[in-house]
Design a protein around this ligand. Structure first.
Ligand code: F6P
Length: 548
């Protein structure tokens, strides 16, 4: 925060304005101002951001930008791109943006250029991916690799899993599978579909200590070596990690390791060698297009003025909804089945980044911080939770993500229906339906006066519910990279407005520590009564079932 007084003044101005302003009715806002869409939307090439269905006006946006200035958001952004250690608690730079920059870009950490190292790893990934995809790299028995299993969790799983799912139309490499959960069912169900001789495992872990990943990797190694012998590991296992010594201890040779750096956060790592499974599936050229899309968003975020800056505006409106309007969650609904893992991906990106209660200086946050992020693809979500979005007592801003074109030209009728639904939901949230309209509809359906009057209140939609719509032409690798880049920077902007460090994740530690301590108790029962009454009895219940 640059200046506490300026911050207080900016927040007070927003709160006062929000309270003093008569409730803004969206139907009226659109009726009064035919150009509302023009004022509250912007485009970056084929990507359109429409936030005109949010209850903001010019004064709101102006005051929000003043808040961003008071919080030094632009200075923080510049510090991030300059490689300064803005992840203060871990004393690290935050430079995932360098991973997608062209080789001649200027990025350094502590005065040391990082671009040569990044492109060295990218070149090695490319060579390896081409060898696997062409069949030159073969398994222990001389057969080509047909299946890849990425073993990782959190950022070492969600990014590549989400991206490979999104880019199915571009797949021309081996099939990709993802095992993340330490639940043995995840590994067992995956291995049941595979043959060791044609399977390649990628052990993806930034730290190479994550218990789930290490447990799964050992199980996979046993499965492979039981069938093909110990020497098979060399041809069937590669690793992606920053912890090269630990990878060596696991038995993966140096030439099979793709490194990255501590200035790449787990949830920002899909652009690094963590994206190896993506490159294997869609090829190096498409992977580069994915990086280029994110780079285009980086350049936009870096250089566009706040009023024309997509991540800035998305972040400002997100903050406005969370802090001033008090909305506790937001839904992200991709009208794109292949983006079905996007909400889970965004949950980690957003909630692991901005789910914090202390500011960068260790003092309590002065406002609410990150909202709950959730979602499902449309149209499926419409038949599940949209009831609550339209008529529930909580207001939940919704973000619709649409592509104007689909990848299935033969199924155009499906795509038209999909789009009509997405647009209609946003329209319905905004317009709502009045009591009189509901009554009229009931009469039109042939109801008696008594029945219509009884039913009408249930058919009222309050409307005036905010939504944002993002539309791109087609879900290409470039468009996907750009979209993820947009969300990353939006999270950055909101985190900066909250005054928190968006780049650490201490909140995941306690549970991990307790799980480590509980494991022997669960196994042996020793020390069970030293736990709290609830945990002790839960352990006993499980042990009793296991012993029965
Ligand atoms: O537990 C949370 C976390 O640290 C995430 O931030 C990270 O993406 C995930 O675990 C996996 O970590 P690693 O890549 O080190 O195995």
């Amino acid at each position: 925060m640059k200046d506490l007084e300026a911050w207080r003044a900016a927040i007070a101005a927003l709160e006062d304005y929000h309270q003093a302003r008569p409730e803004m009715d969206m139907r009226q806002a659109f009726a009064i101002d035919r150009n509302r869409f023009d004022s509250f939307s912007l485009s970056l090439d084929d990507l359109l951001l429409d936030y005109s269905k949010c209850a903001v006006d010019e004064a709101t946006i102006e005051k929000l930008i003043r808040l961003a200035d008071a919080m030094g958001v632009r200075e923080m952004r510049d510090a991030m791109f300059a490689g300064e250690p803005i992840n203060t608690t871990e004393k690290r730079a935050v430079l995932h943006t360098a991973l997608r920059a062209p080789a001649d870009a200027d990025f350094a950490v502590g005065g040391e250029d990082v671009m040569a190292g990044i492109h060295d790893v990218l070149d090695r990934m490319t060579t390896f991916a081409e060898r696997v995809r062409s069949g030159e790299h073969r398994g222990q028995t001389g057969q080509p690799i047909t299946d890849i299993v990425n073993i990782g969790i959190g950022g070492s799983d969600l990014g590549p899993a989400m991206v490979t799912g999104a880019l199915i139309p571009y797949h021309d490499g081996p099939r990709c599978h993802f095992v993340s959960n330490v639940d043995g069912a995840d590994m067992a169900d995956t291995l049941a579909r595979l043959t060791p001789a044609t399977t390649l495992f990628i052990v993806a872990s930034k730290t190479f200590t994550t218990i789930e990943t290490m447990t799964n990797a050992k199980t996979a190694r046993d499965w492979l070596t039981d069938m093909l012998g110990r020497e098979a590991t060399g041809r069937h296992f590669v690793a992606v990690s920053t912890a090269l010594d630990k990878v060596a201890d696991f038995g993966i040779a140096e030439e099979n390791v793709f490194g990255f750096w501590d200035w790449v956060g787990g949830r920002y790592s899909v652009w690094s060698a963590i994206g190896l499974s993506v490159m294997l599936a869609v090829g190096p050229k498409n992977f580069r297009a994915f990086l280029d899309g994110a780079h285009a968003m980086d350049e936009h975020f870096r250089h566009a003025e706040p009023r024309q800056n997509m991540p800035m505006l998305l972040g400002l409106i997100g903050w406005w909804h969370r802090v001033i309007c008090g909305y506790t969650s937001r839904a992200v609904i991709p009208y794109e089945q292949r983006l079905s893992r996007l909400p889970a991906y965004l949950q980690q990106l957003d909630m692991e980044s901005n789910g914090k209660a202390v500011k960068r200086n260790g003092r309590p946050a002065l406002t609410e911080t990150g909202p709950v992020v959730w979602g499902e693809p449309g149209t499926n979500g419409q038949h599940a939770f949209f009831q609550l979005l339209h008529q529930g007592t909580d207001i939940i801003p919704v973000e619709f993500i649409l592509s104007a074109r689909g990848h299935e030209p033969d199924l155009e009728a499906h795509h038209e229906l999909l789009l009509a639904n997405g647009l209609a939901q946003a329209e319905a949230l905004m317009r709502g339906r009045t009591f009189d309209e509901a009554l009229e509809q009931a009469y039109a359906a042939g109801m008696t006066e008594e029945h219509a009057a009884a039913v009408a209140p249930h058919r009222v939609f309050p409307g005036d519910r905010p939504s944002i719509t993002l539309i791109q032409d087609l879900l290409t690798p470039f468009a996907l990279g750009r979209l993820i880049g947009l969300y990353e920077h939006r999270v950055f902007v909101e985190g900066a407005l909250f005054g928190i460090n968006s780049f650490d994740q201490w909140g995941v530690e306690l549970g991990k520590e307790l799980a480590t301590a509980l494991l022997p108790v669960l196994r042996t029962g020793e020390g069970v009564d030293e736990r709290d009454g609830s945990t002790a009895n839960l352990v006993k219940r499980i042990r009793a079932a296991a012993e029965a």
